[in-house]
Design a protein around this ligand. Structure first.
Ligand code: 5GP
Length: 144
């Protein structure tokens, strides 16, 4: 007989063990929280400088400029800025606006906004984030 439904081995059908079924479902549907999600949930401490419903900003643990902040969406649905621009351009615009506010608050207002995109470009955390670099940057230091 042709069967279109989920089989007895599928998630959610383990009626004798609902807890086991639930944890299997969660492990399939919920990604591991990124390091930034763990900062957002306060599991990991960070020097938080701004927070809105959708964004958080904190100091980079390994600063590369006199002012080095990270602006991070609370959702980890987008792993890089290309995905974010395609999926939620309004949220990307809010990141830029917050970066501008932070550069005014923490430096002269001039700033460099960096989105490392892909491991060969130096991305190490695949939860989209903007580096806000400010505080007297030299020309010619863009790539390193
Ligand atoms: P990426 O290399 O992905 O563009 O940037 C990730 C940034 O996150 C790095 O600059 C790194 O220093 C920073 N970072 C990684 N882990 C932590 C952390 O636990 N706390 C803070 N504040 N920054 C982190």
């Amino acid at each position: 007989m042709e069967c279109w439904g989920v089989g007895s081995d599928d998630v959610g059908t383990d009626s004798a063990h609902p807890q086991r079924a639930r944890s299997r479902l969660e492990s399939m549907s919920t990604p591991e929280p990124s390091i930034f999600s763990r900062i957002i949930s306060r599991e990991i401490p960070a020097d938080i400088v701004a927070e809105t419903n959708e964004l958080i900003a904190f100091r980079d643990v390994s600063p590369k400029a006199p002012v080095h902040l990270l602006v991070v969406p609370k959702t980890q649905a987008y792993s890089n800025v290309v995905e974010l621009a395609a999926g939620d351009p309004g949220l990307l615009a809010k990141m830029v606006a917050l970066a501008n506010e932070l550069a005014i608050e923490h430096a002269s207002g001039d700033f460099r906004l960096v989105f490392n995109t892909g491991s060969e470009a130096g991305q190490s955390v695949f939860h989209v984030h903007a580096h806000v670099l400010a505080g007297g940057l030299d020309e010619g230091t863009l790539a390193g």
